[in-house]
Design a protein around this ligand. Structure first.
Ligand code: ADP
Ligand code: MG
Length: 402
């Protein structure tokens, strides 16, 4: 390490020690932070409260489905209501078991059930048993101990889309759990980020899961701005974040789909960038940089693990002109495969890979109607060629595409 580097480091550490930071509490900017108040969600909170209330008189509440796009406050609201509910039941010595699992993070039906079992203080191995056996043990426990269980399955759409062959066996059984229970109950709250997820579900599951359903609309730019103001007061030292900065975060996050997570992430990354260049104010330029950084990081995460042929097709798209035909992309792809010395896949396979890249949002493939010339697929890049070059630069194999 050179002396200069040592000086720089001691500077950074010194600053951290003297506590002079624009942040006073970074925790409140984490995506899993649940604030004390959730403005603009009073209606949803009230309805959920009414749905849960019967448990306090020992009867089973309806199953419930919460849905809305990412960042519309579903997880925060569900956890908020649950924690308030937990306080009340404890004060009144009511025994209610609350369980939570995020299906995407859990990754499989089995793991979701393991989360449930662990919340009920049961031993359950992390692998190995048939789903039906896991369910039976959970039902036995509930029946034998007359348990009253509320089980939240967050990002439940993941299961409907990724369930291997079992085709929502678990959800089917859980929504009909009363048939397996002599006493006690299990009441389900499903949360979905995908508004179309209902189409993936077995109609029998759907009809019992959405006995009640609540839509979470996207936040408006104004609402996002208010949410950010609250958060800023907790997270940053006073006078470090001007209103114009907050409004820009709200406007950028609002221009997509009123996503509070995105708005808060923009504010956090902008704060970190300001801190890194020793600025005492978080400026609009930091927000713009933050927005680019977040997008680039996301692209990087998505592109990095792609197999070689996908990377090659992506490179073919980004180095071609916008609105290329599948044929144009295929020609470019063939040239690139020659360059790196691999056998090209057929045009049909490439067509399939293009659809996958489209689904991942890495390219844009749209059908364009050309009147009497029929319809044709036009392919455009979403990510700039430069960004792709930068990512491939660190990749020993993909590098040869450049
Ligand atoms: P979803 O589950 O719908 O994707 P979350 O509930 O995770 O969204 O919310 C994303 C972020 O925005 C979280 O950090 C959450 O605390 C915050 N948030 C969402 N709605 C509100 C609100 N009404 N007031 C304050 N913060 C909110
Ligand atoms: Mg969520």
């Amino acid at each position: 390490m050179t002396n200069r580097e040592k000086d720089m480091l001691s500077n950074i550490f010194e600053k951290a020690l003297t506590g002079k930071s624009i942040f006073i509490n970074r925790q409140v900017l984490r995506s899993d932070f649940i604030p004390e108040k959730l403005p603009f969600r009073e209606e949803q909170i009230n309805i959920i409260g009414h749905i849960f209330a019967p448990i306090l008189q020992d009867s089973k509440p309806s199953n419930l489905l919460l849905y809305g796009k990412t960042g519309s406050g579903k997880t925060a609201v569900a956890k908020y209501v649950l924690s308030k509910f937990d306080e009340t039941t404890k004060q009144h010595n009511k025994l209610i078991s609350l369980a939570y699992s995020n299906a995407r993070l859990a990754g499989s039906e089995y793991r979701v059930l393991v989360d449930l079992a662990h919340s009920l203080d049961m031993d359950m191995p992390f692998t190995g048993l048939p789903i039906s056996e896991v369910l039976q043990r959970i039902y036995n426990n509930i029946s034998n101990n007359n348990l009253k269980v509320i089980f939240i399955i967050d990002e439940i759409d993941y299961l409907a889309k990724h369930a291997k062959n079992s085709n929502d066996d678990m959800l089917y059984s859980l929504t009909r759990s009363s048939e397996h229970l002599k006493q006690g109950f299990i009441s389900l709250i499903g949360i979905s980020n995908d508004l179309h997820f209902k189409a993936f579900l077995d109609p029998r599951v759907l009809s019992s899961l959405n006995e009640e359903e609540i839509l979470f609309p996207p936040y408006t730019v104004n609402q996002l701005s208010n949410i950010l103001k609250e958060r800023t007061q907790k997270a940053f030292s006073s006078q470090t974040v001007p209103l114009s900065t907050i409004n820009l975060c709200a406007a950028l996050a609002g221009s997509e789909h009123g996503d509070a997570r995105r708005a808060i992430e923009l504010l956090r990354v902008a704060g970190e960038l300001a801190e890194r260049c020793d600025d005492v104010t978080v400026h609009e330029k930091h927000v713009k940089e933050a927005s680019m950084k977040i997008d680039n990081d996301r692209v990087y995460q998505a592109v990095k693990p792609l197999p070689l042929h996908e990377k090659t097709v992506l490179k073919a798209v980004t180095s071609n002109k916008q609105n290329s035909t599948t044929g144009d992309v295929y020609n470019k792809y063939q040239t690139l495969t020659k360059k790196i010395g691999v056998e090209p896949l057929t045009q049909r396979r490439i067509s399939g890979l293009l659809s996958e890249l489209d689904t991942q949002g890495l390219i844009n493939a749209s059908i364009i109607n050309q009147g009497r010339h029929g319809r044709t697929k036009k392919i455009s890049s979403v990510v700039s060629d430069n960004v792709i070059n930068e990512i491939f630069e660190d990749d020993p194999v993909a590098k040869s595409l450049l």
